[in-house]
Design a protein around this ligand. Sequence first.
Ligand SMILES: [Fe+2]
Ligand SMILES: [Fe+2]
Length: 468
Amino acid sequence: MAKTGLDNIPFSKAFFLVAAMLCFFCAGCGGSKHPPVELRYQQEEAVKDLQAKDVSYPQTRFVVLSDPHYYHPSLGTSGPDFEAYIRDDRKMLAKSDEILDAAIERVSREKADFILICGDLTKDGEKINHRHVAEKIENLHTSADVYVVPGNHDVANGISRRYTKDGTEPVASVSPEEFKKIYADYGYASCLDADAASLSYVVEPVPGLWVLALDSCLWRENEAGKHPVTDGRFPGQTLKWIEEVLIRARQQEKAVLAFMHHGLMEHYPANEKYYGQYVVDKSDTLTRLFAAYGVRLVFTGHFHAQDITTKSPEQQAARVFDVETGSLVTYPCPYRTVAFSGDGTCTIESRFIESIDSVDKDFPDYARDFAFRGTIGLADKALEGYWVSEKGRDILAPQIAEAYVAHLEGDEKPPEEVLTTKGTGLMGRIVGFSQKDLVHGWWTDLRPADNSLTIDFENSAGSNDHRH
Ligand SMILES: [Fe+2]
Ligand SMILES: [Fe+2]
């Protein structure tokens, strides 16, 4: 597979059948390369005592947005190569400048103490795009502090390029040091502490609350001319740094929340099986670590969907919530507001970009259509590669696109039959059968609700969600 990211090509050639085979052959081969890290909370009595301390989130209100994938129009928005890129991509890149402006205008009007951006700030880590993003953040008409983390596209990207009339030309990406410099005012210069092994840091935006900004990306493994590594992982040194910060937070009675690019946990059944690169490696170890130190909320992005899931590791009462926020350049173009009441509850609401100047018609309709039609096109191409008849493709592709778009939107309400293969021919039935769990997974809304909900941390065995 030349491209592995769903945010680039969700229905690549290898999507059907081969994905399932690869998952089968790779099962069990993930652990040996990365030996387990010994964490202190499991062994040291003094640290165990700290865990019992009750530290709750102080009253505050903040905004979360993700995956703006900024692309400056001066890098080219026409020509056969750009058109080919857009055809194989679910992002409205040509509109990203306008969409980010619209988001900044909306967010400026929110009464927020701080703003978190969960990575994939740029299309492909282009230095010029990072500079424009930093400039736009500077123009936010608000006193709120802004904090960023890198996404897999943002650092040492081997395919940073501009599009010309008859091809592409490479442009500079950024080194980790340059990333820190460009975003010095958005976390790196004001942090309490930073990890030496990654672009992670910790800040205290409001008294009593520490925000762990985690770099889950593998930019060290990126290669020139190749798509950046989609997977996410924390090296042992970073895991140890995270625990040291969490211990200090407990000692100083600070509540902690985290944000990072990769999902902390599965967002639908079969997420790991088909798109494991969207969930951070050692997801359970990390969830247990967070639960042990009372980190109840982790904000993530990467998959471009609106989805919240939760886990309560055995023998630990604390439930951890992974609040994934969709991409600004992918339907439904959301951002979230989060309010801690100060007495143990948290209310999350979602807002959506409603209009941009260059789109006359209803923008949410335009964005949905862009995602839906594009997905049909990619699914059709992939199905054709597996000899599914035209009639079969016409039946299957729209069902796959409906499931995918429903997952992007969140709060999925599945139809009675999520995937019918009737009339699709032999190959249609085989492909439909082998991929049914993925389509079913996209239609499955794991608890709690995805867009609007109130979480009661004191009583969070089930969250007090607003789903009907
Ligand atoms: Fe992304
Ligand atoms: Fe990503």
